[in-house]
Design a protein around this ligand. Structure first.
Ligand code: 5GP
Length: 180
């Protein structure tokens, strides 16, 4: 895909590797949640492609819900102060919850979401993130299912954006600034 002027894209995790990891995660989730009522909660917008692929790799009668949060700060740096833009549509009481996130960076956003969802009376709450940047962590969050650990680089693609661009890239790419 063509990059914007002044930016170059370098593939960090290929679509092929993502597809195979998603199948693997789906199989594990299928085994772990046998006979358990499961709701998978996508955190908008970044997780929408990952969630769409992951739920089709899970062979269970699951439900899906979404939350949208906004983290005060710049587009590339989160502040830890989180505001809920869209809360869950349905009660989660009596269900097991799997929160599906695109990337864990400082951990501040997911730490807030985890606490929020746990306070709603679910039978259990676990987290699945496609990407993890462990070097950047400020708050420990339990990552029960993880796609890939990546270095401290700002990435786009497979749902992740920079100023709403590049979400439709099939690979996860690093954005390199050029002078062009
Ligand atoms: P945290 O609260 O863990 O610092 O940040 C989590 C959120 O920041 C992610 O859900 C994502 O929206 C955004 N984020 C963190 N790192 C990246 C990155 O490398 N690329 C993009 N596009 N978003 C990121």
């Amino acid at each position: 895909m063509q990059s914007a002027q002044g930016e170059k894209l370098e593939v960090l995790v290929s679509a092929k590797d993502i597809a195979s990891r998603v199948q693997n995660l789906g199989k594990r989730i299928t085994l772990d949640y046998q006979n358990k009522p499961l709701i998978m909660i996508g955190i908008l917008k970044g997780s929408f492609i990952f969630l769409a692929d992951l739920i089709r790799a899970v062979d269970l009668p699951i439900s899906v819900d979404f939350m949208s949060v906004s983290s005060y700060g710049t587009s590339t740096k989160s502040s830890g102060v989180v505001r809920i833009i869209k809360d869950l549509d349905h009660s989660i009481e009596g269900h097991h919850i799997l929160v599906v996130e695109d990337i864990v960076d400082t951990g501040l956003t997911l730490n807030y979401i985890y606490g929020h969802v746990k306070s709603r009376g679910a039978l259990s709450v676990k987290i699945c993130s496609l990407l993890d940047k462990p070097e950047r962590r400020q708050v420990a969050v339990p990552l029960h299912y993880k796609g890939f650990e990546i270095p401290d680089e700002f990435v786009v693609g497979y749902g992740l954006d920079v100023d709403e661009r590049y979400r439709n890239l099939p690979d996860v790419c690093k954005v390199v600034r050029t002078n062009g």
